[in-house]
Design a protein around this ligand. Structure first.
Ligand SMILES: [Fe+2]
Length: 409
């Protein structure tokens, strides 16, 4: 347990390594948190749910950090306003790093000295704290991408690795699934968030699923066909969001003077590659694109049924989604982009949130959001599962979100 704890905690610092203290201070919109805030908040989680209640004589690092770094737990007490996290120039980055070391020292004592009879109750919370920190590792990358994208210098978070040159994506194969009475949801050993269960039965009509994600080239055809000017493809709230926000293309697409679009990435700005998966779509854009294509988005039960049978991902995390490869069967189910589904985020049958503050982790967000499945380049290795339910409001675009088409069979 201690070994994994140390690995997870050090990976967070590794992700912050390329960033200056100034980079780590900026909050570019209410949904984005400063890197420095993430570094402190994940430590607060261990302090609040493990150290204060369970380590005898634990002394919190600072009496007010609970107020500054509580994210949304009403049961734990009041908190600093989310859209104003970027105003917290104090504590300094060095002080936040000292806070992390304080928490790590105390967690080492807790893991080494917790009495066996309490460990059954503590171990799942340590596990949850580590998975929570991994979720924030992805947020660190999503958030800093938005921060850096607003800087006219188009700074790169990371140097581009020598990737494959642009090439044509293989054509979509339409994979047929029988449907029928299937089971979805997490069950059995291994960690899962509470919203992934209970496992339960679902009836599926026969359906088809695209073998790969939709590409920038395919999405460009939608734009060029007037996709952003033709309300017939859009849900009413999506059309309103398009007009309100002035959407003309996915987030991070930049219209160039002569040669079409350029793209802002964590590697800086570069020409759009038509073969790579289209990213940073809202649910509304994914849905409109699917309608224009004469298809639809998959439900989460369809997605899980298909992905549980054939999990495929390319080698390891990266900072930008990679093009599909010629192969037969389902690919890009994990490791490139989260995939919007047609399913609203709600409780599975017989779902009950945990008692107490920790019950606020997932359950209270089950309204007004849509489910995404898969995992993305920014998801830490080993964090995602076929049963994993990610969720965002339908107009959100700053996650690494893309689209896989589905259809009736
Ligand atoms: Fe959190």
């Amino acid at each position: 347990m201690m070994r994994r704890y140390v690995d997870v905690r050090s990976h967070t610092l590794h992700l912050a390594q390329p960033l200056s203290a100034e980079d780590q201070q900026v909050q570019s919109m209410p949904d984005v948190s400063p890197t420095k805030w993430h570094l402190a908040h994940v430590s607060w989680f261990f302090e609040t749910f493990l150290l204060s209640p369970a380590l005898p004589d634990y002394r919190p690092f600072h009496a007010l950090y609970g107020f500054l770094f509580n994210s949304y737990y009403e049961a734990v007490g009041p908190r600093w306003s989310r859209p104003e996290r970027g105003l917290l120039s104090r504590p300094s980055l060095d002080e936040v790093l000292a806070y992390r070391r304080h928490v790590d020292g105390a967690m080492a004592r807790l893991i080494a000295t917790a009495p066996a009879e309490r460990w059954d109750e503590l171990a799942p919370l340590v596990e949850l704290g580590m998975h929570h920190e991994q979720q924030h590792q992805e947020l660190v990358l999503m958030d800093i991408k938005h921060v850096l994208s607003l800087n006219p210098l188009s700074p790169a978070y990371a140097e581009a690795s020598a990737g494959r040159p642009a090439e044509k994506a293989p054509p979509i194969q339409w994979l047929l699934f029988d449907g029928g009475l299937v089971e979805i949801g997490h069950e059995g050993p291994g960690f899962a968030f509470d919203n992934e269960g209970p496992r339960h039965r679902v009836w599926l009509e026969p359906f088809q699923l695209a073998s790969r994600l939709s590409t920038c080239g395919e999405y460009l055809a939608f734009i060029e066909d007037g996709g952003y000017r033709r309300p017939e493809f859009w849900l009413s709230e999506g059309w309103a969001a398009l007009q309100r926000e002035g959407w003309q293309a996915p987030l991070y697409w930049r219209e160039a003077d002569d040669d079409g679009f350029r793209l802002f990435t964590l590697h800086g700005e570069r020409p759009l590659d038509p073969a790579e998966p289209v990213a940073h779509l809202s649910f509304y854009e994914a849905d409109a694109f699917a309608r224009w294509s004469g298809r639809r988005l998959p439900t989460e039960a369809e997605w899980e049924t298909a992905a549980a049978k054939s999990v495929s991902s390319l080698s390891g995390p990266a900072f930008h989604p990679r093009a599909a490869v010629p192969m037969s069967g389902l690919q890009q189910t994990s490791g490139e982009l989260w995939q919007w589904t047609a399913s609203a985020y709600g409780p599975y049958p017989r779902y009950r949130p945990a008692k107490g503050a920790i019950g606020e982790y997932n359950g209270k967000f089950m309204s007004g959001q849509m489910v995404l499945r898969g995992g993305c380049v920014a998801t830490p290795a080993g964090h995602a599962r076929p049963t994993y339910r990610n969720f965002f409001p339908p107009a959100a675009r700053w996650a690494f979100s893309g689209v896989r088409l589905a259809d009736d069979a």
